[in-house]
Ligand binder design. Structure first.
Ligand SMILES: Nc1ncnc2c1ncn2[C@@H]1O[C@H](COP(=O)(O)OP(=O)(O)OP(=O)(O)O)[C@@H](O)[C@H]1O
Length: 240
């Protein structure tokens, strides 16, 4: 369970998050949507401390991760992240990408890490690419490797920051399909996305951010059919 309490984030004079409070239940799938610059990525990045909140508290399983004594590496192990631009290690094979952190951070043996790595590659439909280097993969394949790499740490929470935004249109579906297959399997997922169809179909809840504030927090059937705020109505009119 993630609890976010009065989260503020400033970059110098720019106030980006302005007092966001919400909670995400274990196993819940939450889509974070909103206009460009509304603070979605910053909000997501605060959840694994890629950005340090200016004020406010974030609890993961009742542990306040904003406390000084928090070990950031512990948080990153438990909270996986997938970025828009993949960030694969270019000099490692696909399987090498998957086994690196489990061996280095979790102390798994190469054999253990490879076994799990190969299972995860099968799960994302890339068993035949284990020994390939990232530069020989398509964007969609790279992103599926990035998802498998994050899963290899066996996190309880997965954060996705616009995972399909950098992809050619024909590759979007293959990545969304993998994400769909992960949803509602017990893992908590928070996804910043411009894919309204995905948010509508897969998410349990939609968080709509505007100007650094959480303007709506509702199940998709409610948000997409009866948005309460004018801002959300305007946004949906442009997006749908
Ligand atoms: N590291 C940073 N330093 C300074 N300003 C930043 C930093 N990261 C984000 N910002 C600013 O914070 C604001 C919110 O950015 P953020 O990326 O969180 O928005 P977003 O809703 O995810 O936007 P988009 O949909 O365009 O990706 C923007 O004005 C952005 O320029």
């Amino acid at each position: 369970m993630i609890k976010i309490d009065q989260l503020y984030k400033d970059f110098g004079k720019l106030q980006v998050l302005k007092g966001i409070s919400t909670s995400i239940k274990e196993g819940e799938v939450v889509a974070i949507i909103g206009p460009s610059g509304s603070g979605k990525s910053t909000f997501l990045r605060c959840i694994n401390l890629l950005e340090k909140p200016t004020t406010g508290r974030i609890f993961i399983n009742n542990q306040d991760i904003t406390e000084k004594k928090t070990n950031i590496m512990d948080i990153r192990q438990n909270v996986g992240m997938v970025f828009q631009h993949f960030h694969l290690f270019p000099h490692m094979t696909v399987l090498g990408n998957l086994i690196y952190a489990p061996m280095k951070v979790k102390g798994q043996t190469k054999q253990e890490a490879e076994k799990l790595g190969l299972e995860l590659l099968a799960k994302v439909g890339l068993s035949d690419k284990a020994n390939e280097y990232p530069k020989r993969l398509s964007g969609g394949q790279k992103q599926r490797v990035a998802i498998a790499r994050a899963l290899a740490m066996q996190p309880e929470v997965m954060l996705f920051d616009e995972p399909t935004s950098a992809l050619d249109p024909e590759m979007v579906k293959e990545v969304l399909d993998v994400m769909k297959s992960l949803a509602h399997t017990g893992m908590t997922m928070a996804i910043v996305t411009h894919e309204m169809g995905f948010a509508r179909e897969v998410a349990d809840r939609v968080l709509f951010l505007d100007g650094g504030k959480l303007v709506e927090d509702a199940p998709p059937q409610e948000f997409f059919t009866k948005p309460k705020s004018g801002r959300a109505r305007d946004f949906l009119q442009k997006m749908l």
